[in-house]
Design a protein around this ligand. Structure first.
Ligand code: F6R
Length: 586
């Protein structure tokens, strides 16, 4: 949440470089944005706006140094004053921040008593003044930032620029920060994908680490304050992967990438899958944890492990996991699922489990991310950058990996690979018939409510489908276990209410069909997604049967419905209101 980008180097268009960096980070927050540029005479020029960056351009200012921020509001409304960067009172210290300063009110009162005047309502401005105040007694920029940072409670990432010293200092605790060198240029960002156009080799700052970039060179310090060697990692994706490449939206592009991605996972992940299966086999209890879409992939995992491998694997929403870790012990295995690898609710639970000596096996899309680094073993989804705020390809990639691991545990790897190949082909077929889904969306886009039903492993898919639809189209969509219908939900069905029903040809088929009849009898407009048509469906979308992998093409139906509903209602599917990718605050 919130994107940070900073540049210093030989190029005289630093402001424009930072603006481009912010555009690629905008999915981390789009309430407001701002850029601070060091002008030729050493003064700082700040440009801030509310709303999305869109195709914004900056006035041309000759500059070799700039830093910027794209904001997801936490403390203080969406106003220009609350947009970052924030300046110290004398305008010589510039600050951008990602995170929450939990004790900001105490610090603010203290600074106000010392005579500091605040221009914004943010917790971030407190840090700028705190650094300025600290500088009175600690002149070295690194020591100064470190001393001030130690007073902050919470998970924070800060990049501070001292105009007088022409020095950047970056420090983090929880919120991600990545550093890169590109020739003589130095760059910092909250996400490696933003650095990829400049350099494929990046350094992920560890918690408590600090980096200083000054005219004398760049220096890296560990949490103990001692100089530390920089270890750069080669990014595993091409910068081209982060472009629209002819698609109108990233969501649509990422939906289309799924058949190829599933094929790749089937073929390329054999060693990782074997190792994961061994870790699960050797554990005293395995716990899958994740948030939002990742939590639904985790829940699907519990069904897949039970059905395919006869193995009980626990599941918890990551934000609740911290209240359930009392039974975690040595040899427990915790499996965080996270596209970004930076979701704070997941990190918190994993940290707690690590303290209890659990082993950690992360499944993530971002190499070098916090959860990647916290793991004893990490599996990479290899899905390439996911830029749309709502997750599509990362969900199917997680489910594909879990399904392969379950088959590996059951000793029938080939069967898993075979069903995934069928699933990849079935997804390609959904892509070919997407106009049918657009027509369905046209029929439904004026409705206020929509329900999604499924049983067994189709239940988590119903939850994920409802999330996909509601988060981009703002239609109230709810997913339910089809069997729960009679226990309350059915009261919500009215004449014409759309009900999407997943009814694969498995052990749930007949019971789910009964649910279809029950809602139909109460006036619902029933959309059946199945390999078998039935008279009960008002609309039918055929999905080839791919055994337990059928949930993969099934969810793609809802991804398209969400996309088309959003577009028909005039919303930007890539940047839904109030949301941001990579939820690094609580
Ligand atoms: C929904 C969505 C979110 C994320 C959740 C976890 O489309 O994208 O629900 O799945 O915030 O994010 P990661 O997977 O990065 O931990």
């Amino acid at each position: 949440m919130c994107g940070i980008f900073a540049y210093t180097g030989p190029d005289a268009t630093a402001g424009a470089i930072v603006l481009e960096g912010l555009k690629s980070l905008e999915y981390r927050g789009y309430d407001s944005w701002g850029v601070a540029i060091r002008t030729a005479d050493g003064t700082i020029s700040v440009i801030k706006h509310t709303g999305k960056i869109g195709s914004a351009k900056l006035p041309h200012i000759v500059s070799h140094t700039a830093l910027g921020h794209t904001r997801w509001a936490t403390h203080g409304g969406v106003t220009q004053a609350n947009a970052h960067p924030h300046l110290s009172s004398d305008g010589k210290i510039v600050l951008v921040h990602n995170g929450i300063v939990e004790n900001y009110q105490t610090l603010k009162r203290e600074l106000q008593e010392l005579g500091y005047a605040f221009r914004s309502e943010t917790d971030s401005e407190v840090i700028a003044h705190l650094i300025a105040e600290t500088r009175k007694s600690v002149s070295d920029p690194v020591a100064c930032v470190r001393t001030a940072f130690e007073r902050l409670i919470g998970m924070n990432g800060v990049v501070c620029y001292f105009a007088d010293d022409d020095t950047f200092v970056a420090v983090k605790n929880g919120s991600p920060l990545v550093f890169a060198r590109a020739g003589k240029a130095r760059l910092l960002a909250s996400d490696p994908a933003a650095l990829a156009p400049h350099s494929r080799e990046v350094l992920f700052l560890e918690d408590g680490d600090c980096i200083a970039i000054s005219p004398d060179g760049d220096t890296y310090y560990g949490a103990d304050g001692m100089k530390k060697q920089m270890v750069f990692q080669l990014l595993d994706f091409d910068p081209e992967d982060a472009q629209l490449n002819g698609f109108p939206h990233f969501m649509l592009k990422e939906i289309h990438e799924q058949p190829e991605l599933i094929r790749r996972i089937t073929e390329a992940q054999e060693e990782a899958v074997k190792k994961a299966a061994v870790m699960i086999r050797e554990s005293y209890g395995t716990y899958l944890v994740g948030c939002g879409t990742a939590s639904y992939a985790a829940l699907a995992g519990t069904y897949l492990f039970s059905k395919i491998a006869g193995r009980h694997v626990n599941f918890s929403i990551a934000s609740e996991f911290a209240y359930l870790t009392q039974f975690i012990r040595e040899r427990s295995l915790v499996v965080p699922l996270s596209q970004s690898g930076e979701t704070i609710d997941v990190i918190d639970g994993v940290r707690d489990a690590k303290m209890r000596k659990a082993r950690i096996m992360t499944i993530t899309n971002v190499q070098g991310s916090s959860l990647f680094r916290m793991a004893d073993y990490a599996l990479l989804l290899g899905a390439g950058p996911e830029k749309a705020v709502c997750s599509t390809k990362a969900f199917t990639a997680k489910v594909a990996l879990l399904l392969l691991i379950a088959h590996e545990l059951a000793g029938n790897r080939e069967r898993g690979q075979e069903t995934l190949k069928q699933a990849a082909a079935a997804v390609a077929d959904v892509l070919d018939r997407k106009d049918e889904l657009r027509a369905l969306a046209e029929r439904m886009h004026h409705r206020d409510h929509l329900f999604v039903l499924g049983r067994g492993v189709s239940y988590p898919v119903a939850l994920e489908s409802a999330l996909k639809i509601k988060e981009v189209s703002y239609i109230h969509a709810e997913g339910f276990a089809a069997g729960e219908l009679k226990h309350g939900v059915i009261a919500l069905i009215e004449q014409g209410t759309p009900v999407l029903i997943y009814n694969p040809d498995d052990e749930t088929y007949h019971d789910t069909l009964s649910a279809a009849h029950e809602v139909k009898a109460r006036g619902a407009y029933v959309i059946g997604v199945s390999s078998r048509n039935s008279d009960v469906y008002d609309a039918y979308f055929h999905i080839d049967d791919c055994a337990d992998a059928t949930i993969i093409p099934n969810v793609v139906v809802a991804q398209f419905l969400g996309y088309y509903l959003a577009v028909l209602k005039g919303f930007d599917p890539d940047k839904p209101r109030n949301l941001a990718k990579s939820v690094t605050v609580k």
